[in-house]
Ligand binder design. Structure first.
Ligand SMILES: [Ca+2]
Ligand SMILES: [Ca+2]
Length: 59
């Protein structure tokens, strides 16, 4: 994840926190980044209207 993105959401660019889930919404920081949702906001989650997206992203 780009450092600028991490700083924007109060994540630490020096730590590999891609697999952390800071806001506890069930999506890792990396997944939130890929889906352009907010990793520090529980209510900002990847849309469940696009169940095919993980396939597209190779997850
Ligand atoms: Ca999360
Ligand atoms: Ca979130």
């Amino acid at each position: 994840m780009p450092d600028g993105w991490e700083v924007q959401y109060d994540l630490d660019p020096l730590v590999n926190d891609a697999n952390e889930d800071d806001d506890g919404d069930g999506y890792t920081n990396l997944k939130e980044y890929k889906r352009k949702t907010m990793p520090d906001d529980y209510n900002s989650q990847p849309s469940k209207a696009m169940p095919w997206l993980p396939l597209l992203l190779g997850e």
